[in-house]
Design a protein around this ligand. Sequence first.
Ligand code: NIG
Ligand code: FE
Length: 405
Amino acid sequence: MTQLLIRDLAQVVTPSTGQAPLRGRDLGRVEVVENAYVLLDGDRIVSVGPMTALGALTGSREELDGRGLSAIPGLVDCHTHPAFAGDRVHEFALRAGGATYDELLAAGGGILSTTRATRAAGQMALDAFVARHRDAMIAHGTTTFEGKSGYGLDRETEVAQLAAIRDAGGIPTWLGAHAVPPEQPGADAYVDWAIREVLPEAAAIAVAADVFVERGTFDTAQARRYLEACRQRGLALRLHGDQLSEMGAVPLAVELRARSIDHLESTGADGVAMLAASGVVAVLLPIAALYLGRPMPPARALVDAGAAIALATDFNPGSAYCESLPVVCTLACTQLGLTPEEALAACTVNAAHVLGLDDRGRLAPGLRADVVLLDATDWRHLAYHLAGDVVHTVIQGGQVVRGPA
Ligand code: NIG
Ligand code: FE
């Protein structure tokens, strides 16, 4: 295996070595090594340290000049919806004129308008769309992404979405309970049908299941039925909860020991306390709050209470049309009251934990060789440079996939 030495980096930065998911003060503890190197061998990290500790190396290796750059772990986007056709620019304009997200969905638009386009697309087109969004994520420093289905809402298209995500290198989540499609008589009947007709095939591809608990989509009884059936098939459980209203999704997530509950823009003090006392990770999606003009989730309260948090883009055509985790980091620092250190841990090691991947998210010997080089001598430009061009080079599994080859 060829070794790759990234030398003379201004900084090498990694979240602390505590047990994942990092909570409380541990979330904000990063290690910064100045004038440093990272040594990779194949798809693994061999060592990380100051240049002064780099002993004589034997054998052949490639070298990357890290002068003027800083290194962080590859970013992990643990919540995206990249498998869709069409766009919602028309609804974006309507919302700019005052229409609301839930009104558009209730009128048969929103998720359901994307469902119409996605059903008509076919596997090859879906593959191409997911690959395009995956490439945009890589350009912004994302080396691992999760992707959800949920725009098919019929067997063939749900499975096609999951396959497209898997084949693009993503971690597939079956969002079978995203909305009720028009051909189904109601949410109860749809959940029963999806469990019977789609779950067996979805469970062969997906690693997790997800449900949108909200007024007009699925209530907690329907969500419980769906999630319990998915768990029996070996899927990890996740929920979209408390986005527009508090509907009991937090107690359900805690009771079912879900991997995560995502959104939480409407979560109050009781929900914060409940999550802090649980193992459920709160996945915060500030782009969705910004995009829909909703309140930001109570990130600071969650961290201070001891809850585990992660950050993600929620990339999708309706509520968050943006593939950039650096933008999420800027919003975390300006809108959520998090520090750059907390933001970094939340979209690396903690996000990887949500996906059940404890082999990445930090720069340490033995972990996957996913490294992002930033075009800055201070790594905090990641969050500081709003929508800036801060990602210089992306190394995924030891391969340079973006930047100087
Ligand atoms: O996480 N809220 C539900 N699902 C997505 C939006 C999907 C869409 O609008 O197309 C979300 O925001
Ligand atoms: Fe989402």
